[in-house]
Design a protein around this ligand. Sequence first.
Ligand code: BEZ
Ligand code: FE
Length: 278
Amino acid sequence: MRNLNQDNITQAVIASFAETENPRLKEIMISLVQHLHAFARDVKLTEGEWFQGIEFLTRCGHITDERRQEFILLSDVLGLSMLTVAMNQQRPKGCTEATVFGPFHVKDAPHYELGADIANGAKGTPCLVRGRVLSADGKAIPHAHLDVWQSDEDGLYDVQHEGLAQAQARGTLNADALGQYHFRSIVAVPYAIPHDGPVGAMLQATGRHPWRPAHLHFKVEAPGYQPLITHVFRNQSEYLDSDAVFGVRQSLICDWVAQADGSYLLEYDFVLNPVAQG
Ligand code: BEZ
Ligand code: FE
């Protein structure tokens, strides 16, 4: 462990994890060091650049609080969140695909009866959302639990409005005995992910935009089925082909259909994957 140099330091750091009790932690730490050192060698990292990286991560830490999670945003714009979803959420063909969770889900959102207006005062064009929750064999799943959240017409989630007392454009519902759900809300619009912090500065420095295509978030759960975290994306939305967080899947794109009274209708069925019976 003396006189380590650029040729043998990686091996020395790897060896330092030899006594790690948890085998998974050991595997992850060793691989992390291998890739981190390989990256530094690959780009011939200078000391100044190393320090810029430290300052960047420090800024991410300083801006993070219970309402703002800059590290998740960083993972999202680097495609790490979607890669992790893609690797871990593979489902049989015909099942609804999963996508990124995002930072704007709230635990314990208000529960609504079917048909309720979950916008609860959020600004936007009225929209009826309805569909069914089905099993892969096409049978209805009764009483599935749906958790829904979306931004308002200004592209902001309720949690981004300072001092807003009530939940808006989010809520939970249970589908009926035939697997059918319906609720009223507002039309989803494209919005920019928070970009007033270090992640936004990184996007700007690399010529990238912070926009996401219009979407509605869903978390759908039913006993005996793999929980599904996904979005329904609005067809014809801008940014479907350049989502800042790489979350778009063709099968999740749907038409929001204009109605004669100026409102919209979105119809989407969710198909859940049964968990293997043990
Ligand atoms: C979202 O869709 O809510 C979201 C996802 C990733 C980053 C920021 C927002
Ligand atoms: Fe979103």
